[in-house]
Design a protein around this ligand. Sequence first.
Ligand code: WTA
Length: 663
Amino acid sequence: MSTQIDSLLHEDRRFPPSEEFAAQAIASAELYERASSDRLAFWAEQSRELLTWSKPFTKTLDWSNPPFATWFDDGELNVAYNCLDRHVEAGNGDRVALHWEGEPGDTRTITYAELTAEVKRAANLFTSLGVEAGDRVAIYLPMIPEAIVSMLAVARIGAVHSVVFGGFSADSLRSRIDDAEAKLVITADGGYRKGKVSALKPAVDAALASRGELPEQTTVDHVLVVRRGENEVEWTTGRDLWWHEAIAEAEPEHDAQPFPAEQPLFILYTSGTTGKPKGILHTSGGYLTQTAFTHKNVFDLHPETDVYWCTADIGWITGHSYVTYGPLANGATQVLYEGTPDAPHPGRWWEIIEKYGVSIFYTAPTAIRSFMKLGRKIPKQFDLSSLRLLGSVGEPINPEAWMWYRKIIGNKVAPIVDTWWQTETGAIMVSALPGVTSTKPGSAQVPIPGIAIDVVDDAGGAVGAGGGGLLVVTEPWPSMLRGIWGDPERFKETYWEKFWDVEGGPFYFAGDGARLDSDRDVWLLGRVDDVMNVSGHRLSTAEIESALVANEMVAESAVVGAADETTGQAVVAFVIIKESHLEQASGLADITGALRSWVGEQIGPIARPREVYLVNELPKTRSGKIMRRLLRDVAEGREVGDTTTLADTTVMQIITDKMVKST
Ligand code: WTA
């Protein structure tokens, strides 16, 4: 790892913006100056400029009770009005909001006027189903326009959405429904994935059925079902309603009421260091300010002419901030694509870019690396000349992938913005500004204007240029998480306790390792906790371990994230099987295969281990903590490192000798 980091930090290629790009760029160096002369005044000014407030705010930040912040606290606004009605009122109702492309090739073009009308009906429908301001609504949908309509209609009535990624299992869905006590679930019969209809409704039915230790009743009164896959579904009369039938009966007129700036907007569950996912809470005014600001300046958005496409699923934060809220607040025209990148052919994404003339493209390094593997011949078959700006998010992008992205996809000229942020930060925190910054392959570079970050040592001291340590945010920011749903103590513990009493603190601890190069540009080095990053998706080792030990064959397990060429990291599990089951099993390959599928069913296919190793022992310290570092050495095929703190120093020899690898 360290030689790799050193070579990264000696990267000396620089790509200054072209004169042509700089001349038309939205962002300017002046933004940094304004933000550094008065940070709070800068955010207040941005918020007033970018959003329409029904009641203007007079206060910007209240940080008198850290780590609980409020932003623009005495102001009122309606988030959906800001994303919809005001664009129509400004005469842009005919502008396309969504170019939706279904996986099989069916399409829908939806203007701002049409999207506004649909959201109004949905808002009336949700109200008629008993959803009130502050109530929670779970959304479990494929990438279809109704996903965005649902999020905005929930926001419009001051309710709180919890979008659950469609790839999550019934169990994961149920635990999220229960934790948030959702009243309404919005789902679809199914959606298209890899050329087939993948059913969604059965997972909702299973989640809501009482089973095992689950309480008999859920808090859910209704399930709204969008018809998309046309697959057969089971029906619970009284509870289930077809979206198209109910929406047709809903009233078309709806006046958006203003809500306080700190009205909760959504909960989004993300993996932490423990087995239980955390419900990250975001509120309205500050969140919308920073998502709109970054979407405009980091992506150089010219809403009249650009066609923007972010490939993220709405089940992740990137889909919330840079598919729904940021782009729509800014009146952007965007592409929304239902399916996978390779269905029905490996050039599908490039075909979509050509078809809609996409000019701004935002995706994850894992996707870029898998296209790199397939070779330049595929993208070269399409006209990608409309692309003028590229973005990257979710994990560090290695310089090779960065160069390929610029050269093959970006016609050798498009600036690349490598954006660092998290579910918790709500919006982009570290990124180049196109037209301003000279970019460096592999580095996320600098905090955006108005954001204060640093790299510190374990005691909270700044490491300075050339040093390595932990990434922290040193000042509160508008789109910061306001807490963990129902668990204020865990919020403090997870993010703030580590750097509570430090000079200039408290600092927000992001969980990422980072280095500053001699220009003070930031290089992200991956997570320092037990969170893995697989294809840009966050997974917790503890969550997968607890799924494994929930299987009757498993006595103990340890999970690590091992380096993987395409997915960044891959899940590798070490498992001790109960003696009784070893004797019964017909073959060891059966066991490892069964355990891989088991994890897929328990959590979702993204969590399925790449490998399962059957072992007799796990390496533990004297205090009983599993030494994952040593297991990572094994999983990555390296010489096993320092074992002196192991309770039994011979255990690694035993593990590597007796290990049975899955096939
Ligand atoms: C990682 C996704 C390096 C990081 C928006 C962070 C990155 C976690 C980058 C958050 C980047 C995200 N370079 N690493 N540009 N962007 N990460 O919550 O480890 O799904 O802590 O939010 O992804 O993942 P999350």
